[in-house]
Design a protein around this ligand. Structure first.
Ligand code: PLP
Length: 404
């Protein structure tokens, strides 16, 4: 018993016998985890958390803060002011107590900015994708899903009771063939910009295929909002599909808008349906006011400074052009993600570690996060990177590149 704790007394005032110290029971139920861990080690696929200090001197090409807004004073002030006005948490589901006037304002400004009739804000882009896929499908619906889609769309398909047909990457004719074989409701789902390679989906062709087959199109614009379209209005705007009655899009507030949260945008009747049926909306606490306030401030700032969107794309293309000119294999970026091939998972991990040791943080994508088993360094361009920082990043990546 600790020296400073008072003894527990029995009813007659006498001290109770000290409790036996709790011994950890030996459990074998999780022994299989050791085998799984060893397997990960053998395959070079161990993941570790690396807590980031508030101020570190490293150059960051791994985060998704494409416009450099996460620490912009207007955005952090928007977040702080919202927390002070509305509280640290939303206090409940949006349908109970968690819907504030701030959420409503964010929804109407986001919808107007992106050119859609209505929007619904959720706690993350992940839950937004679960909401959109599950609420817009039912048993008997065919979902046609691009092989390169983000895990959150894939999980939405898994949670839905629909039949999912995975089609080859960025292939409208494969979508057409899948839809041709189906009678009844159908939904085609795709990322706008694929998170692994940074390439863009052929949205106009996909929309045309869906239109001819009477199917709906759901586009995850996590990597397009803030980078593509006039002033960063997104990939649907760029493709002339914003506001189309058969098109729904999801976005995250955690990348270009530098905050946290997600949203579904589309026709008002789709949003009304989601409010009534989407489980990841209904059974989830509303987005924290600070995140809503930060995202709203970022959205307004982007409206005033549209050049940030174009700059993010320019930085990405500059990184790509310099790295490929030096002989590396990189995919030409359609937005702000630049993907550089690595010879193996181990080489990718070592390369990223060497970059870090030299002061540069880059992403490292390995199986199972990559659908084709090819490991990559993943670089994210930021609108606020200076030319000197781009030079430093390119120099570091080339100097640490694996030799075979
Ligand atoms: C394409 C895509 N969709 C959805 C998400 C999920 O967004 P969030 O991080 O807001 O949950 C991500 C985030 O990594 C993403 O890259």
């Amino acid at each position: 018993m600790p020296q400073d704790s008072a003894p527990t007394l029995l009813r007659d005032g006498s001290p109770a016998a000290p409790a036996e110290p709790r011994r950890p029971a030996h459990g074998a139920a999780f022994d299989w985890l050791d085998e799984a861990r060893d397997e990960r080690r053998r395959a070079g696929l161990v993941r570790t958390l690396r807590p980031r200090p508030a101020d570190h001197p490293l150059l960051d090409l791994a985060g998704n803060d494409y416009l450099g807004l996460a620490r912009h004073p207007e955005v952090t002030h928007g977040a702080a002011a919202a927390a002070q006005r509305w509280g640290a948490g939303a206090t409940g589901s949006r349908l109970v107590t968690g819907s504030t006037e701030l959420h409503a304002r964010l929804e109407s400004e986001l919808a107007a900015f992106c050119g859609f009739e209505a929007a619904l804000v959720l706690s993350s882009g992940y839950t937004a994708n679960l909401a959109a896929v599950t609420a817009l499908t039912a048993a008997g619906t065919l979902v046609v899903s691009d092989a390169g889609n983000h895990a959150s769309l894939i999980d939405g398909c898994r949670l839905s009771r629909a039949r999912t047909q995975v089609v080859p990457h960025a292939d409208p004719e494969a979508v057409r063939a899948a839809l041709n074989g189906h009678d009844g409701r159908a939904l085609a789902v795709t990322d706008s910009v694929f998170s692994v390679d940074g390439d863009a989906a052929p949205l106009p062709a996909l929309a045309e295929v869906c239109r001819t087959r009477g199917a709906a199109l759901l586009v995850d614009d996590a990597h397009g909002l803030g980078v593509l379209g006039e002033g960063g209005r997104g990939a649907l705007w760029a493709a002339g599909l914003a506001g189309d009655g058969d098109v729904v899009t999801t976005v995250t507030l955690s990348k270009s808008l530098g905050s946290q949260g997600g949203a579904v945008l589309g026709p008002a009747r789709v949003i009304e349906h989601l409010v009534n049926t989407a489980r990841s909306f209904i059974f989830d606490t509303g987005l924290a006011p600070a995140a809503a306030g930060g995202a709203l401030a970022a959205l307004r700032l982007l409206g005033r400074e549209p050049e940030r969107a174009a700059r993010a794309g320019q930085v990405a293309r500059k990184l790509h052009d310099r790295l490929t000119a030096a002989g590396l294999a990189a995919v030409r970026p359609d937005a702000a993600v630049v993907s550089v091939r690595a010879p193996s998972p181990e080489a990718a991990v070592g390369w990223a570690a060497d970059c870090r040791a030299a002061g540069l943080v880059v992403g490292c994508f390995r199986p199972p996060s990559v659908p084709d088993g090819i490991s990559r360094l993943r670089l994210t361009a930021r609108a606020d990177l200076t030319d000197d920082q781009i030079d430093t990043a390119v120099g570091t990546i080339l100097a640490t590149a694996p030799t075979d």
